[in-house]
Design a protein around this ligand. Sequence first.
Ligand SMILES: Cc1cc2nc3c(=O)[nH]c(=O)nc-3n(C[C@H](O)[C@H](O)[C@H](O)COP(=O)(O)OP(=O)(O)OC[C@H]3O[C@@H](n4cnc5c(N)ncnc54)[C@H](O)[C@@H]3O)c2cc1C
Length: 346
Amino acid sequence: MYDFIVVGLGLGGWAFTRVLDENRKRFVVFDPCRDNASTASAGVYNPVILKRFTMAWKAAEFLPYGMLQYRRYEMETGRRFVYPLPIYRKLASAGEQNDWQAAAGRPGFEQYMDGIRFENFPGIEAPFGFGITKNTGLVDVRALLQTRCRQLEKRGLLMPEKFDYRKLQIGANKIRYGEIEARRIVFAEGFGMKRNPFFGHLPMTGTKGETLRIRLPYSGWPVIKSNVFLAPVPASDEYLTGATYEWEDKTTTPTDEARKILTGKLEKLYSGPYTISGQTAGIRPTVKDRRPLLGVHPEYPGLAVFNGLGTRGLILAPRLAKMLFEHLEFGMDLLPETDIKRWEKS
Ligand SMILES: Cc1cc2nc3c(=O)[nH]c(=O)nc-3n(C[C@H](O)[C@H](O)[C@H](O)COP(=O)(O)OP(=O)(O)OC[C@H]3O[C@@H](n4cnc5c(N)ncnc54)[C@H](O)[C@@H]3O)c2cc1C
C-alpha cells in the first residue's frame, strides 16, 4: 500500500512529492506531463510587487526555503534550474524614483530592493533609470518539471495519464484507485481542480496568462520590467515577454488578441528589431481571496487539496507543501488564511 497518491505534477505536485521523498513516503503520481500553468510561467522569483513596491503575501518569508529546495534538487540531479538575476524596473518619473527609494529603505525590503541605476539597453529609453532588485532571478521551470517527470517515471512512480475521479473508492482508512491502494490522496491539479468532484466547489477564479517568446539582436540582458517584462529564457538566446491577465477565457489556446496586446506593450518599452518565435498560454490557479487552498475534505479526511498558488507559485509551493504534509502527518495547524475551512459554511 502507498502512503500517498498525488494528482498533478506542476510546481505544486513537484513541491509536494519532494517533501514525500524527503520523508521517505511511498507514493505514486498521476500527470500526463504536458504543458501546464507552471511550464507557461516566466519562472521569475521576486517577492516584491513591482507595480506598487509592496511585498507579496508571505513571499519574503517563504523565498529562502523555496530557493533551498530548488538548489537541493540541482545538487541531486546535477542539472541547473536556478539563474539568479536582478530585475530592472523601469522608473517612469521622478515620483517613481522617490517611491523606489522610500520603499527600498523600509525594513525587510532592503534585502530585495537595491538602488537606482542608469544603464544603456539599445532600443529602451529610460531617462529616470531603473530600480534594481537583488536576491531575485529565474527558475527554469520546464527543465525542473521535465526532470522530475523522467525521474519519477524511472522509479516506476509516474502514471502518465489523467486521473479519473469516478474510479476513486473511498474507505474508512484507505482509498483505492483500480489496483492502487493508499492512505491518502493529494490533489494538486492547478486550474484542473475545477473538474474535481470533491474540491471543485472551492472559489478558484483562474486567470489566463499568455507570453511571447522572442528573439532580439542582444544577449545577456537581465529581466527588464515596465508594463510588460522582458526576461531571458534560461539556457537559450531568446527572451519571454508578457504576461497578459484575462479572466473570461478559460482555455489554454494562445490568441491573436493577446499577441496584439503584448506586442503593443513591448513596442512601448523597446523600439528595436525583434522576431516572435512562439506564444504560450496557461491558467494561473488564482482564488477569490488571493490565498492558497490547502486542507482536507470535510467528509473524507483521506482526501486533501494543494492548490491556489496564484501568480507566485515558485515562491509559495515548497514551503506550503511542507506545511500541508506536516498538517496531514503530524496534525500541525495550517495557516488559517490558507486552510479551505475558511470556505466551509458555518
Ligand atoms: C503566463 C504565466 C506567467 C507566470 N509567471 C510566473 C512567474 O514568473 N513566477 C511565479 O512564481 N509564478 C508564475 N506564474 C504562476 C505559476 O505558474 C502558478 O502559480 C503555478 O504554476 C501553479 O502550479 P500548479 O502545480 O498549482 O498548477 P499547474 O502547473 O497547472 O499543474 C497542475 C498539473 O495537474 C495536472 N492535472 C490536472 N488535472 C489532472 C487530472 N485529472 N489527472 C492528472 N493530472 C491532472 C495538469 O496536467 C498539470 O500538469 C505564471 C503563470 C502564468 C500562466
